[in-house]
Ligand binder design. Sequence first.
Ligand code: HEM
Length: 336
Amino acid sequence: MLSREDKVSISVQLRPIIKKMIALVAKPNICDMLPILAPLDVQGIRSKGKELSSEVDRIVASIIDKRRDKDDVVDDDDDEIEGKRSKDTNETKDFLQILLELKKQGEATSLTMAHIKNLFLALCKFDRDAIAGATDSTSINVEWAMAELMLHPGELRKAKEELDQVVGMNNIVEESHLSKLPYLDAVLKEAHRLHPVVPLLVPHRSSADCTVGGYTVPKGSTVFINVWKMHRDPNEWENPSDFIPERFLADSDNHDYKGNNFNYLPFGSGRRICVGIPLATKMALYVVASLLHSFEWEMLRNEQLELLDKYRILAKIATPLVITPTPRLPNAELYS
Ligand code: HEM
């Protein structure tokens, strides 16, 4: 999707700023509790946010400008690209190049430079390699699931038995196996329940006055949805603090990731539900399945695993999981 060169630029320049933005958004903001103070920006969060956001804009613009220069773009107008031509027409085009070429077609498309900048930024978000580390939600889910399995040898054994049956010992996990692993899928769902990666979702705004649970929520309020608490509500979940993947086997339709069951919303719900669900869930299942099927895992001796979280929009495990692998499959060639 993005060229190697762009990925490096994004990684070096954008990643630190995006990390700062995430830390800033996660910072408790007194104005969220007392909106009357919002215009004063008492903690300087809004002004710092604007500063970081113009920095992102500047970097994206410079990456695009560099590409236009490289591709021998003649820019007649500050905001218009004309006469752009790729020198090597056989070269595989990446997404940015295609956008710039479309823009060149002028009236044939209504693309503006602002559209290209925003699409490029959206692409950076989707390109896991480019800003991995800043948006590592899937790997956080994998780490929680592995940590829970290390603490629950019975559930670990069941997951491995399922893998051995479906994949066999003379094979490695392939994408085609994933739909045949209901137990492991339930393990990941249970990890999402106990450890939702985005525990307060992203802030929403009420579009009309409404009443929720007897409380009036005026139009325009910033609304945080405490999914962490909902996922542990004893009125909805039996033994809510226990790791029990089986609860997702009994009624898997009612506990999918689509956000229709309001007791279980690890990816949010409604119009702004996470668009990455198919990718995130398949990736996590594939990674955990491969790790469990190909290796035995052991915690370091005397290691005490504590499942406390560290919250900065995303809730990571506070003490990173350190476990050591040993090969499990009889055929060494499967590891090459
Ligand atoms: C375990 C992995 C992930 C989790 C737990 C997660 C969770 C979420 C949550 C909770 C939201 C906000 C939904 C709401 O407030 O209602 C969201 C939004 C979003 N996610 Fe994810 N996500 C994950 C992976 C991904 C991936 C892999 C991508 C991209 C391929 C992605 C792209 C997005 C986008 C673009 C939005 C904004 C959607 C919108 O506002 O319309 N996410 N995600």
